[in-house]
Design a protein around this ligand. Structure first.
Ligand SMILES: Cc1ncc(COP(=O)(O)O)c(C=O)c1O
Length: 472
């Protein structure tokens, strides 16, 4: 259900915020695109004029031929007809330029149509489009070696998939085969995919259907230090803390102990005494950039392993340097998972996913035959390999840290200025701004945005909130 849509025209820009109320668990998604004049475009814009009836026809096509539940999410009063992209910019069919602060849901990592990645894709297109991973071919195996080099031991065995849901499905299967146990725990508010299996891990009513699915999945309390029952002013690993009071002694986070007690309660009441796995995002993505107390994952992993389970970090949104301080989100929690799943940023928008695990767990999976026609596709591997090179060459992770920290700090000033902004949080370019009344803006731009872009966004956001408050 769309609860609000704000539209603030001005002489130099138009800022469109779409707040979509997705559930009483407060999953609200933001798409914020800032409009700038097309004549500033750094690339040749290929215009495609669509006016009047043709516009209506396109909306009609979208409503009738694209699955309705997707359209609910993308609905705008005035839909944006996206046509072209370059780095942090998007253009609509009329040539209006937008600063992309959502990156197609944290998916465009190094930049739309990044020239280096585009060149790698073009080269591969001329060489070989398809072969399956039952053959040995250099593009796949060299990519796997390169990806593995970004992980600590013993995370060295890689399975390539086409999406995050597929990666998490595979992770569920492998966890069950390896442990011989069935039950899996995830955190409330999480999103791990929309397949019949992963929908059980996903804990957000908006994505649930009234059909039997996700057997053996239990969702436990999310240690949300802003909205949850416990939290203070030192809990999270972010440049900005909540405005909650805190009396904890240094290094003794009471909130963490309370949330860990809730996890213990789940073990005591809701699952058998042996479990297969625990899935957690290092920072919740769809849930609204929710961060846990600093030691939560460390203690949770210990408890899970005591129950016979393996620990899976879902890095679909937090991986590839987005959190700035580290290449992987789990490194910010000082843990080493048994399995890591990823997608989105891995291919900068090219469909791809991966599961990385230990040789021991991989061995348990080798008892049967596992085949995936497109997993490890040559094009995907060429693109993904170039993405890894580009992150290094463009210093993308460092940019995430620098621009992200600056942006979070500037947004926190707006929180202090406007009573309707409840919380500002996140790390690097995985940022959440939670309004007091239950709505979260998710800010996850391509990681090439600049400080100047951040300033522009903050100025527009400031003006938008001010306009909104004056009109209330
Ligand atoms: C954390 C997380 N895991 C898994 C998924 C599922 O990925 P996909 O949409 O590629 O299936 C998503 C998608 O938004 C996600 O954010």
């Amino acid at each position: 259900m769309v609860v609000n849509q704000l539209f603030f025209p001005s002489s130099s820009f138009v800022f469109t915020l779409q707040l979509i109320y997705r559930s009483i668990m407060s999953e609200i998604s933001l798409q914020a695109y800032l409009y700038r004049r097309a004549r500033d475009a750094p690339v040749q814009f290929q215009s495609r004029k669509i006016h009047g009836k043709s516009r209506l026809l396109l909306v009609h096509l979208a409503l009738h031929y694209v699955i309705a539940s997707v359209i609910i999410v993308t609905y705008y009063k005035k839909p944006v007809f996206i046509h072209q992209g370059y780095m942090q910019w998007l253009w609509d069919v009329d040539g209006r330029r937008y600063l992309d602060l959502f990156a197609g849901v944290a998916t465009v990592s190094v930049g739309h149509c990044h020239p280096k990645v585009t060149a790698a894709a073009e080269q591969q297109l001329k060489k070989l489009w398809h072969t399956t991973n039952i053959y040995v071919y250099p593009t796949l195996h060299e990519y796997c070696e390169k990806l593995a080099s970004h992980f600590p031991d013993p995370l060295k065995v890689i399975y390539l998939t086409n999406s995050g849901s597929e990666a998490n499905d595979l992770a569920i299967l492998m966890a069950r085969l390896h442990t011989g146990n069935y039950d899996i725990i995830s955190l409330r508010g999480s999103y791990h995919g929309g397949s019949p299996q992963t929908i059980g891990l996903t804990s957000n009513a908006a994505y649930k259907y009234p059909v039997a699915s996700g057997f053996g999945c239990t969702n436990t309390m999310c240690p949300d230090v802003f909205r949850g029952p416990w939290g203070g002013s030192h809990c999270r690993d972010s440049p900005v803390q909540t405005i909650r009071e805190c009396t904890c002694a240094q290094g003794h986070c009471m909130a963490n102990q309370q949330y860990i007690a809730q996890l213990k309660e789940t073990f005591a009441t809701s699952v058998p005494n042996k479990i297969a796995a625990f899935f957690g995002e290092p920072i919740q993505g769809v849930g609204g950039a929710v961060q846990y107390p600093k030691n939560y994952l460390k203690e949770a992993y210990k408890l899970v392993r005591e129950q016979g389970g393996i620990c899976v970090a879902d890095e679909v949104q937090t991986g590839f340097g987005r959190t700035g301080s580290h290449f992987w989100g789990f490194q910010g929690h000082d843990v080493i998972p048994d399995m890591v799943t990823m997608a989105k940023g891995i291919g900068n928008g090219f469909p791809m996913g991966a599961v990385v695990t230990t040789p021991e767990i991989a061995a348990s999976f080798s008892k049967g035959l596992h085949f995936n026609t497109f997993g490890g596709n040559p094009l995907a591997c060429a693109v993904a390999s170039s993405v890894l090179d580009t992150i290094r060459e463009d210093d993308t992770q460092q940019n995430s840290l620098r621009v992200g920290t600056y942006l979070i700090t500037e947004l926190a000033k707006l929180r202090d200025k406007y009573e309707i902004i409840g919380d500002v949080r996140g790390k690097g370019l995985q940022i959440g701004v939670e309004m007091v009344r239950d709505k979260t803006f998710r800010i996850k731009p391509p990681m090439c945005i600049t400080k100047e872009d951040a300033d522009f966004f903050v100025a527009v956001f400031d003006k938008s909130v001010r306009n909104y408050m004056e009109k209330r």
